[in-house]
Design a protein. Structure first.
Length: 287
């Protein structure tokens, strides 16, 4: 019952947030397009939950996360068509990010045998497993909220300084994330690095440069969306804030740091690395 209650509360919150933040969105089928994006995000995850729960499998969890982003972005673009340049560019940015990260996670999870240790205990309990899928729908909605509101905004604004500044910030972020992921993958594939922690490339500048990139790119999209925000749509400033809290306090840095301490906590080299390398915001490595 506790898990079902969580699902109900999360769903009410998601739909309530979408109803308020989407007051400035175009309408589709008698509802704001942003609100329907929330419905779609939940529906996609609930539908895939059914066969996943039956098979007690988390094989497609991360993949469906990517599919959800693409689905809501495509729907938003369709509902607001024809788009202005801000909407077009932001939609393409979300798609590029989603396809890159989604394919990266898909390859990684299948290299691990198609299972994720996060779900070992909950995928055998349908109610708890449903919570995970429902939270994924909320994750997509909150993270992409600034992008979706910008795409579906009825009041459009000319391209200006916020557009170019936000685009530059997004480019910095996705470059950081993609390069960091590629460097870590290459590091792990080298047999000589088996059992070692990564401290090369961008990982010399930050212990979690991929997370820095993730936070930065969604901040860039929010900056691009600022000129079309008004009234309740300002709620979407939660996008990079939510991503930051998620990656620093919930499922990102906290878990990674705990695992790293368990593996290398007694290693003097790792202790030195932690001492000289910031957890998130990059800085030049200390000699």
């Amino acid at each position: 019952m506790k898990s079902i209650l969580v699902v109900i509360v999360v769903t009410i919150f998601a739909f309530g947030f979408a109803a308020l933040a989407g007051t400035g969105s175009v309408e589709a089928f008698g509802y704001s397009a942003f609100f329907l994006c929330a419905v779609l995000a939940m529906a996609v995850n609930w539908l895939v939950f059914i066969p996943s729960a039956a098979a007690k499998s988390d094989k497609f969890y991360d993949t469906i996360g990517a599919v959800t982003y693409l689905s809501v972005t495509a729907f938003a673009a369709w509902a607001a068509w024809p788009l202005d340049w801000r909407g077009i560019v932001i939609a393409v940015m979300v798609a590029i990010w989603c396809i890159r990260l989604g394919s990266f996670l898909y390859i990684r999870i299948h290299a691990m045998g198609g299972t994720d240790s996060r779900f070992e205990k909950i995928k055998v309990n349908p109610a708890r497993f449903l919570v995970a899928w429902t939270l994924q729908g909320l994750w997509v909605l909150l993270t992409a909220s600034a992008a979706l509101v910008a795409i579906t905004a009825t009041d459009r604004a000319p391209i200006g300084v916020f557009f170019w500044l936000g685009a530059a910030v997004w480019l910095l972020g996705i470059t950081f994330e993609a390069v960091a992921d590629a460097q870590k993958s290459a590091f792990k594939k080298d047999p000589a690095n088996k059992g070692k922690f990564i401290n090369v490339g961008l990982w010399k500048w930050s212990r979690h440069p991929n997370y820095f990139g993730e936070i930065t790119l969604w901040t860039g999209i929010l900056i691009m969306a600022l000129p079309v925000l008004s009234g309740w749509s300002w709620l979407v400033v939660i996008s990079p804030i939510f991503v930051t809290l998620l990656l620093t306090k919930v499922s990102g840095i906290n878990l990674q740091e705990k695992q790293a301490k368990e593996r290398w906590g007694d290693d003097p080299a790792y202790q030195e690395y932690r001492k000289n390398t910031p957890a998130l915001i990059p800085s030049p490595p200390k000699e």
